[in-house]
Design a protein around this ligand. Structure first.
Ligand code: ADP
Length: 375
C-alpha cells in the first residue's frame, strides 16, 4: 500500500521551485530536442533508436516486447530498473524508449534530489505516458524515496501545506508516467523501491565483436578513416564498455590528426593507446595501481575495499563501480568474505611472481554471467 508522504510549504521558500538543478533536464521532449541539455558530451554518438543499439540483445528484445504491449494497450510502460557498471548503455536505453513511444522525457539523478521539493517539479511536469529517468537512483535520500512511492504506485503526491492546526493536505493527482531508474549498485536499493519496478534489466559487458561494430560505426560518424584491425584493437582495450570505446576512438582520432595523416591504422591505435597507459587487456594506470596496492601493501590480499581505498586515497565507490567489476570479470581479482584477493593472473599481469600459496585462477564460469564473451 502506498504510504502518505508529505512535503511542507517551507520546503519551497528557499528556492524557486522552477529553478532546476544543474544536473537535471526536465520537461524536454526528445523528438524535437528543444531544451535538451546533453547529459554528457558523447551524445552525438549515442544510438537514437532501438535499431541502432548494438548488443544487449536479450534486454533489447524484452524492451521491444514491453514497448509493443504498451503501444497496443495504449497504456504507459511499467516502471523499469536498469542496472550494470557505468558506460554500458543505461542512459542510452532510457533515452531510446520515449523516442520509440513518441513521448516526453525528463532526466535527473539521485544525488541532485536532496529533498522531495526537488522531485516535485518532475512529477507534476510528467505528461501522460512520458518517461522520467532517474540516474544513480540508489543515491536518492530516504525522504525522496518515500515521496516517490505513491507517485509510482498510485500516480499521486500528498503535500502538506502549513503547520499545526492550520496544516492541510493537498492530494495531487499525477499523469500516468513511467519511471526508469538506473543504478550501478542494485544491491544498495531498498527492497520497497526495488519492488516498485515492474521490470528489471541487467546490462552486462559487451563482446569484442559488438564493441568493434560500435567503433567502426562511430568512426564513420566522426568521418575518420579507420582500418578493421585498428577498430578491433580499440575495442579490445575498451574493457567491454561502449563509453570507453568511444573515448579511445576520439583519442586515437586526435592522435592520428596531430601526429600522422589522420588515418587510424593498427600502429597508430597501438601508439595512441600506449601513450594513454592502456595495456593490451584494457587496464589503465588506476587498475594496475589497484593490483599493485593489494600486492605490496596487503601481500596479495585478502584486503577490505575500504582499506584499499584509503591506501590509494580514492573513494571506495570509485573502486567498486569503476575498477573492480572489470577486474572481477577478467579473473584478476576474487571477492571473498574476508576481502579482495589477487589471482595468479594479476600477479603475472604486473610482472610479478605469486607466492606459492597464492589462490589459483578462478574457473571462467566463476566470475559473472558473461561467460563466452571476450573480456
Ligand atoms: P550508462 O548510462 O550505463 O553509464 P550510457 O548510456 O551513457 O551509459 O553510454 C555511454 C555511451 O556509450 C553512450 O553515449 C553511447 O554512445 C555508447 N553506448 C552505450 N550503449 C551502447 C550500445 N548498446 N550501442 C552503441 N553505443 C552505445
Amino acid at each position: 500500500m502506498a504510504r502518505e508522504t508529505t512535503i511542507r510549504q517551507d520546503d519551497f521558500s528557499a528556492e524557486d521551485p522552477d529553478d532546476e538543478t544543474a544536473q537535471s533536464f526536465p520537461g524536454s521532449a526528445i523528438p524535437d530536442g528543444v531544451g535538451v541539455d546533453p547529459p554528457e558530451f558523447d551524445d552525438e554518438l549515442r544510438p537514437a533508436c532501438l535499431e541502432d543499439v548494438v548488443g544487449q540483445t536479450d534486454v533489447v528484445e524484452r524492451i521491444r516486447i514491453l514497448l509493443e504491449a504498451a503501444r497496443k494497450r495504449g497504456e504507459p510502460l511499467g516502471h523499469l530498473l536498469l542496472d550494470g557498471p557505468p558506460g554500458l548503455g543505461k542512459t542510452t536505453l532510457a533515452m531510446v524508449i520515449p523516442r520509440e513511444l513518441g513521448t516526453d522525457f525528463q532526466i535527473t539523478a539521485g544525488p541532485s534530489l536532496s529533498a522531495p521539493k526537488d522531485l516535485l517539479p518532475y512529477l507534476t511536469n510528467a505528461s501522460a505516458g512520458s518517461v522520467l529517468f532517474i540516474d544513480e537512483i540508489h543515491r536518492m535520500p530516504p525522504a525522496v524515496e518515500e515521496f516517490i512511492y505513491p507517485a509510482m504506485e498510485d500516480f499521486r503526491v500528498d503535500i502538506t501545506l502549513g503547520d499545526g492546526l492550520n496544516a492541510r493536505t493537498i492530494n495531487m493527482k499525477l499523469q500516468q508516467f513511467t519511471v526508469i531508474g538506473a543504478t550501478t549498485r542494485s544491491g544498495m536499493l531498498t527492497a520497497p523501491l526495488r519492488d516498485r519496478f515492474v521490470s528489471r534489466e541487467h546490462l552486462s559487458f559487451y563482446t569484442l565483436e559488438e564493441l568493434t561494430t560500435i567503433v567502426r560505426r562511430n568512426a564513420a560518424r566522426l568521418r575518420t578513416e579507420t582500418t578493421e584491425e585498428a577498430a578491433r584493437q580499440i575495442a579490445l582495450r575498451s574493457r567491454g564498455t561502449p563509453r570507453k570505446a568511444n573515448n579511445w576512438l576520439r583519442w586515437t582520432r586526435d592522435y592520428a590528426d596531430a601526429r600522422v595523416n589522420g588515418k587510424i591504422t593498427l600502429e597508430v591505435a597501438n601508439q595512441a593507446l600506449q601513450m594513454k597507459g592502456v595495456d593490451h587487456r584494457g587496464l589503465e594506470e588506476l587498475d594496475r595501481q589497484y593490483i599493485e596496492t593489494i600486492i605490496t601493501v596487503f601481500s596479495g590480499g585478502p584486503a577490505g575495499v575500504q582499506a584499499i581505498a584509503h591506501t590509494m586515497n580514492i573513494p571506495s565507490d570509485t573502486l567498486e563501480d569503476e575498477i573492480e567489476p572489470y577486474l572481477l570479470r577478467e579473473g584478476l581479482i576474487q571477492r571473498t568474505p574476508r576481502g579482495r584477493v589477487i589471482t595468479a593472473a594479476a600477479w603475472g599481469h604486473v610482472g610479478r611472481t605469486p607466492p606459492q600459496d597464492s589462490p589459483p585462477d578462478p574457473p571462467d564460469s566463476s566470475n559473472d554471467d558473461d561467460q563466452g564473451k571476450l573480456f
